[in-house]
Design a binder for this molecule. Structure first.
Ligand code: SF4
Length: 213
């Protein structure tokens, strides 16, 4: 049975990677996280600054700890004990980091990256600013169409992120998006990258494993 899962992941992952390349991105498919991590670590240069959008995928892979171990400076807006002003400064610094690492809420087979954001720092950095952008996507992020991408965000990514962040929004009870009007709504900016942003050095790594939300 595992063979069937692996075949399917590879077929979808390679199709999405080929579409991303057609859309101007650098993209590669990896069959497991060990191969992916080796490729990510090859991008680290001691002393470089690294920003990161709040991402379960990056956390699950231990990417930031690996970067720190190699002498990179992590711009961590979730570091314990920092005050609101410091956090905001770090979020701004991330926009001009040497490397910005994020996952994506959805990736279509046509090579489009779809994300929703609350502050906008993540989608801003994915659009312009950092010297290099790296998106890491588990196979669970691949969908067929832009409509499916939005459906994935509303049914899975946003409710789970609300729950993770302990937000008092209706999706944390229903399990799916209620398109709320809450002050605490985290879904505010919807971004579709249909082609590589013109001024960006932008790489997407896809891995044939379920990662993040
Ligand atoms: S719009 Fe509101 S209800 Fe929908 S996922 Fe976002 S926070 Fe939850």
């Amino acid at each position: 049975m595992q063979e069937v899962h692996s075949w399917h992941a590879e077929a979808l992952g390679k199709q999405a990677a080929a579409s991303l390349v057609k859309n101007g991105f650098t993209a590669e498919y990896f069959d497991n996280r060990e191969h992916l991590i080796k490729a990510v670590e090859a991008l680290f240069v001691p002393g470089m600054s690294i920003g990161c959008g709040g991402s379960m995928t990056i956390r699950e892979l231990g990417i930031l700890d690996r970067a720190r171990d190699r002498g990179c400076t992590i711009l961590d807006h979730n570091a314990p004990g920092i005050d609101a002003d410091t956090r905001m400064n770090i979020l701004r610094q991330q926009l001009t980091s040497d490397l910005f690492i994020s996952s994506t809420n959805a990736l279509t087979l046509d090579g489009e990256l779809v994300n929703v954001d609350g502050n906008g720092n993540r989608v801003a950095a994915l659009s312009f600013g950092p010297k290099k952008v790296l998106v890491i996507a588990g196979i669970n992020k691949i969908v067929s169409t832009l409509d499916d991408a939005l459906a994935r965000i509303e049914l899975t990514a946003s409710p789970k992120n609300n729950k993770r962040l302990n937000k008092p929004n209706p999706c944390t009870k229903s399990g799916y998006c209620m398109d709320c009007d809450a002050e605490t709504r985290i879904c505010r900016i919807y971004s579709i990258l249909k082609r590589k942003p013109a001024a960006s050095d932008f790489t997407v790594f896809i891995v044939g494993e379920v990662l993040g939300f």
